[in-house]
Design a protein around this ligand. Structure first.
Ligand SMILES: Cc1cc2nc3c(=O)[nH]c(=O)nc-3n(C[C@H](O)[C@H](O)[C@H](O)COP(=O)(O)O)c2cc1C
Length: 191
């Protein structure tokens, strides 16, 4: 569903793919085609990462899977379950905490899974699909449900699917201006 009201009102030109991305609360419970889902995951696969560690994993459940979808939905906080239950696909994102090369902590793991999810989101947007990420998950439940080892950390959930029309999704989007976060010479001095 294209939604002009949600399109980024950019002060400088940006790619349509970026301007048209937003996070819907109202998902249309239609199936996400398997080949589109695979392309989204493939896009995540090709993200950059520190030492090419690729410290990301995704536990995936499609809506039509009557066993796995409710199991994954149950790992979300209730407020997120209320809307995420209509997403075509749900995922739990998981980082690996140590570098495989030397066992040292990978302080870039969360950064790098964010890049991978950014890739996934751009690919999804190109298909007319939408992504809504969630910090609001029950991490210990996710760990228990999927036997996630201590070497890995459940981080977020992702709702992926087609957007439906809804009142809650009409609110305009806002962002801080560049002057508040792009500096020159000294912290807090905008360029
Ligand atoms: C890491 C992350 C965690 C988020 N967690 C939640 C969440 O638990 N529940 C929710 O409703 N939205 C969540 N969001 C969505 C944000 O609220 C949303 O991206 C933000 O308000 C900007 O809106 P936009 O994505 O439509 O531009 C999350 C987004 C990110 C990137």
């Amino acid at each position: 569903m294209s939604n002009q009201a949600k399109r980024a009102q950019a002060n400088h030109p940006i790619l349509d793919l970026l301007a048209d991305r937003w996070s819907p609360y109202a998902f249309d419970p239609q199936t996400v085609e398997e080949e589109k889902l695979l392309s989204c995951l493939e896009a995540a696969r090709w993200a950059a990462s520190s030492y090419n560690e690729q410290p990301w994993s995704f536990v995936v459940a499609k809506r039509e899977d009557e066993t796995e979808f409710p199991r994954l939905l149950d790992c979300l906080l209730e407020a997120n379950q209320a809307w995420a239950k209509n997403a075509g696909v749900l995922m739990i994102t998981v980082t690996s905490k140590q570098f495989s090369r030397d066992g040292k902590p990978n302080l870039m793991a969360e950064h790098d899974i964010g890049l991978a999810i950014g890739n996934l989101t751009a690919q999804a947007t190109s298909f007319g699909l939408f992504v809504h990420q969630m910090a609001g998950i029950n991490r210990s439940k996710a760990r228990q449900t999927y036997n996630i080892p201590e070497s890995h950390e459940p981080l977020t959930a992702i709702g992926l699917g087609y957007a439906a029309n809804a009142q809650r999704d009409q609110a305009p989007r806002s962002r801080r201006p560049l002057s508040e976060f792009v500096f020159k010479g000294a912290w807090g001095t905008s360029r």
